[in-house]
Write a protein that binds this ligand. Structure first.
Ligand code: AMP
Length: 462
C-alpha cells in the first residue's frame, strides 16, 4: 500500500511523523535540575557524623554546667534584630534575609541567636526564675553574606547565654566551657582565645567620641571602608585590616584608658579567673566584636594560623540588651561557635568521628515466603539493637549480595527458596567469604553470637 501513496499523501504522512516527533521532543524535554541556593548546602550523612559529635560535646558540657536547651523560631520580627544588633552593624545593614508577611509585618530569618533568646527571656517572664538563667541552643542561622570558604548563607551555631547575674566568674565560666568543648573536639590547640574589655556603655560612648575627634582631620587617610565606619560604627575601625588604617589606629586613643575603675577591675578579675582555670588567652585591644550590644568582656576564638579571619566563635557581655528589647535591666553574657568552622578544624586535625550508622547484618531472600521471613528476621534483629537491612526491593540473589557488600555488612543471612523449604538459613561471613547452614529458628541467635558487640538499644526516660 505504501508504494501507492500519492505525493500529497506522502507529505501529510511526513508531517504527521514530524509533528509527532516534535510533540515527543517536547514531552521528553528534561525538567530543570534544581540545586541548592548560593551559600546554602545540604548537610550530608558524612557531615552529620561530625555534627553529631559536636552536638554531643555541646550537650554534655552544657548539662554539666547547668544549661537547659532552648529553640527560638527561625524568624523574628525584624525589629528584634535591628534593635538588638544596631542599625549600623554589618549584619543588620547588609546581611539580613528580610521578608514581609502577607499582613505587612517585616520578618527576618535569624542571623544570630542572642536577640531571639533575650526576646524569649522577656516574653516568658524568665526573670522570675532563679537567676542566672542558663540557656543553650544548636540552630541554623542565616546571613546574606558573600559566600566563600567557611562563610555560608545558612550556617549553624552552638550558642550559650547566661542571663540575670553579673559576676566576673560567670564570664570566666562561659569562656572555660567553650574552651573545654573545643578541647573535647580535639581542636583547642588550633585556636587562640582573644579577649578585651569594652567597658560600660558610658565608657564605650565616651571612647567613640574620642575616636571621632581623633579621626576628624585624618578622614582622608582612612580606607573608604573605615571612612564609612567613622560615620556608622567607629569602633569597627579598630579591627580594620588595612595597613594605613592600622598605623593610624596605633596612634589613636586607647579604649583601656576610657574604662572606669569598676570595668577595669571587672576585666582584671575575669583574666585572673581564666588563669586560675588554666585557659590560655591573649589580650587584644583591637577586639571590639561587630555588634552594638556588647559591654565589658568580649572574646573570640581565632584560627591560630589565619587570625581573625574565620574565627571559630565569639561572644561577650551584653548587660543593656534586655532593656533595649523592652525588658527589665538584665545583665548577661553569651557566646556562639560556628559548627561548620569547628568541623573544618576537626577534619584538618585528623579527628575521626565515631561512625554509628554501620550495617551489621544484611538479610537476602528469594520468593514470597523468603521475603516474609526476611522481614521478620530483619525487624527482630533491629529490636535487639542490631543494625539490619534487607534486600527487599532487589530481585536476584546476586544483586542482593552485591548490595550487602557495598553496605559493608560483616554478616549476611541468606534465605533462598531451598533453605526456606528445608527450614534453614545460610549465615555468610562477608569478609572471609565463608558460610554455614543453620536452622532458621536459631539464625538470629547465631548471628548475635558472631557479632559479639554491644547492642544499639535505647531506653526512653534514662
Ligand atoms: P559572630 O557572632 O558573627 O562572631 O559569629 C559567631 C561564629 O559563627 C563565628 O565565629 C563563626 O564561627 C560562625 N559564623 C558567623 N557567620 C558565619 C557564616 N556566614 N558562615 C559560617 N559560619 C559563620
Amino acid at each position: 500500500m505504501a508504494e501507492n501513496n500519492t505525493e500529497a499523501e506522502q507529505n501529510t504522512t511526513d508531517e504527521v511523523i514530524e509533528n509527532s516527533s516534535e510533540e515527543k521532543k517536547q514531552k521528553i524535554e528534561k525538567p530543570k535540575k534544581f540545586q541548592t541556593l548560593r551559600g546554602f548546602q545540604d548537610l550530608l550523612p558524612d557531615f552529620q557524623d561530625y555534627y553529631t559529635m559536636v552536638k554531643k560535646a555541646v550537650r554534655h558540657r552544657s548539662r554539666q554546667s547547668g544549661f537547659r536547651r532552648i529553640t527560638t523560631p527561625i524568624m523574628e520580627e525584624t525589629g528584634v534584630f535591628v534593635r538588638a544588633l544596631g542599625e549600623s552593624t554589618d549584619v543588620v545593614s547588609k546581611e539580613m534575609f528580610n521578608m514581609e508577611s502577607r499582613s505587612g509585618v517585616s520578618m527576618t530569618l535569624k542571623p544570630e541567636a542572642t536577640a531571639g533568646i533575650v526576646r524569649a527571656y522577656i516574653e516568658h517572664g524568665m526573670h522570675t526564675l532563679p537567676q542566672p538563667v542558663q540557656l543553650y541552643s544548636i540552630e541554623p542561622q542565616f546571613r546574606y553574606d558573600r559566600p566563600q570558604k567557611g562563610r555560608f548563607r545558612q550556617f549553624h551555631q552552638c550558642d550559650f547565654e547566661i542571663l540575670g547575674v553579673k559576676d566576673a566568674s560567670i564570664d570566666a565560666q562561659m569562656i572555660h566551657m567553650s574552651y573545654k568543648i573545643l578541647e573535647d573536639l580535639g581542636i583547642s590547640e588550633r585556636v587562640d582565645l582573644q579577649i578585651n574589655s569594652l567597658g560600660s556603655a558610658k565608657n564605650r560612648s565616651d571612647y567613640i567620641e574620642a575616636l571621632k575627634d581623633f579621626f576628624f582631620d585624618k578622614v582622608q587617610h582612612l580606607s573608604p571602608e573605615s571612612q564609612a565606619r567613622l560615620e556608622t560604627n567607629p569602633l569597627r575601625i579598630l579591627d580594620s585590616k588595612d595597613e594605613d588604617d592600622q598605623i593610624l589606629v596605633s596612634m589613636a586613643p586607647k579604649l583601656k584608658d576610657f574604662l572606669d575603675d569598676e570595668s577595669s577591675k571587672y576585666y582584671e578579675t575575669v583574666k585572673d579567673y581564666l588563669r586560675e582555670l588554666n585557659v590560655p588567652f591573649f589580650e587584644n585591644e583591637g577586639l571590639v566584636r561587630g555588634l552594638d550590644y556588647y559591654c565589658d568582656t568580649v572574646f573570640e576564638f581565632w584560627d591560630r594560623s589565619l587570625g581573625s579571619q574565620n574565627a571559630i566563635g565569639g561572644g561577650g557581655r551584653y548587660d543593656g540588651l534586655a532593656e533595649l528589647l523592652g525588658g527589665k535591666h538584665t545583665p548577661a553574657v553569651g557566646m556562639a561557635m560556628g559548627v561548620e568552622r569547628i568541623i573544618d578544624h576537626m577534619k584538618a586535625a585528623g579527628i575521626k568521628p565515631p561512625i554509628k550508622d554501620n550495617v551489621q547484618v544484611f538479610v537476602a531472600q528469594l520468593g514470597e515466603e523468603g521475603k516474609k521471613k526476611a522481614l521478620k528476621i530483619t525487624t527482630n534483629l533491629r529490636d535487639k539493637g542490631i543494625h539490619s537491612i534487607g534486600g527487599m526491593g532487589k530481585s536476584s540473589m546476586k544483586a542482593q549480595l552485591k548490595m550487602a557488600d557495598k553496605c559493608k555488612a560483616p554478616w549476611c543471612i541468606i534465605l533462598g527458596e531451598i533453605e526456606i523449604r528445608d527450614g534453614n538459613a545460610i549465615l555468610r561471613d562477608m569478609k572471609l567469604g565463608k558460610q554455614e547452614i543453620v536452622k532458621l529458628e536459631t539464625v538470629e541467635e547465631e548471628v548475635l553470637k558472631k557479632l559479639h558487640c554491644k547492642p544499639d538499644t535505647y531506653t526512653l526516660g534514662e
